[in-house]
Design a protein around this ligand. Structure first.
Ligand code: ATR
Length: 277
């Protein structure tokens, strides 16, 4: 079975070891490679991967939006996210899906972090935020607030979600509201999620007031890291009891992709524990 992950950069990707762990659980023969693919060559590259016997691809930055152009069919959740993190050859057609949001929700459930009836703050309004907001809304939260350094992008994200299938979400009446990062002081949330790309930069300069963590039961950085990110450190300093990075979400989104590609639902507990999650 030929699978792989595409993106740029790609050296850091943990996808090969995650999918090899899954394949070993079912004694499946698997070739899973990392491929450095740029935006310009992406569509041609994907086409030839599937023409040469490939079954599925994980898709990472910066290709999550552009791959939608090559898909014959796009899942509702990928349409809502306006991005895909996996491609799958099914009945000769390329199917695009976004398993990021489900990955996050599964991870939060595993960690006993409540979503239903809770007030959730999402920092950031880029591709990562877009991928998770629809799935969180489907879990009947009390409110989802998207806050961004550039407020126009948060407003745009909310409008886009409303337009792209908002009416098909379970909590369609409850749409996210948007705020700027500096208007968050003295507002309390149950769960704070960092979907900005601040943790990927060397200085990790996240311009947000630490009061956003006051009273929060949990905080999660979508970025996965061997050491605590600045966001995680801030949450711990404010005594948030449950603070996580994005490892669990990464493993769970991969498990959902793997089960669509192979029909086998892998056990994620070993990988989650190996990171102390
Ligand atoms: P991704 O696909 O990882 O979400 P992106 O689409 O480039 O990447 O979006 C990055 C997000 O992180 C944006 O919401 C960005 O805020 P702006 O829209 O104001 O640029 C946010 N971001 C990046 N660095 C940040 C920082 N240091 N502080 C606050 N927000 C930051």
């Amino acid at each position: 079975m030929k699978l792989g992950v595409i993106g740029s950069p790609i050296e850091h990707s943990k996808s090969p070891e995650i999918h090899t762990n899954f394949a070993d659980q079912f004694d499946l023969e698997l070739v899973f490679e990392k491929y450095l693919v740029s935006k310009n060559e992406c569509l041609e590259w994907v086409k030839s991967f599937f023409e040469s016997g490939g079954l599925g691809l994980s898709v990472t930055l910066p290709l999550k939006e552009v791959v939608l152009e090559i898909a014959d069919d796009i899942s509702l959740r990928a349409k809502q996210a306006a991005a895909a993190n996996m491609l799958f050859l099914k009945d000769g057609k390329i199917f695009a899906d976004c398993t990021d949001g489900l990955g996050l929700v599964t991870d939060l459930k595993t960690k006993d972090v409540d979503i239903a009836d809770k007030k959730i703050l999402i920092l950031g309004a880029g591709g990562a935020a877009k991928g998770i907001v629809p799935s969180l809304l489907n879990e009947n939260p009390k409110q989802v607030i998207v806050a961004n350094r550039t407020p126009e992008k948060a407003i745009q994200l909310v409008a886009q979600i409303q337009e792209l299938g908002g009416s098909q979400m379970k909590s369609s009446i409850l749409m996210p509201s948007s705020l700027t990062l500096d208007s968050l002081e003295n507002t309390s949330f149950d769960l704070v999620i960092n979907a900005t790309s601040a943790s990927t930069s060397a200085d990790q300069n996240l311009e947000v007031d630490s009061s956003i963590f006051k009273g929060a039961a949990a905080a999660l950085d979508l970025y996965y890291s061997q050491t605590d990110t600045k966001f995680m450190q801030m949450a711990k300093e404010q005594s948030v009891a449950k603070v996580y990075d994005g490892w669990g979400m990464l493993v769970e989104q991969a498990a959902e992709s793997f089960s669509q590609w192979t029909g086998f639902k892998p056990d994620t507990s070993g990988l989650l524990e190996s990171r102390g999650a």
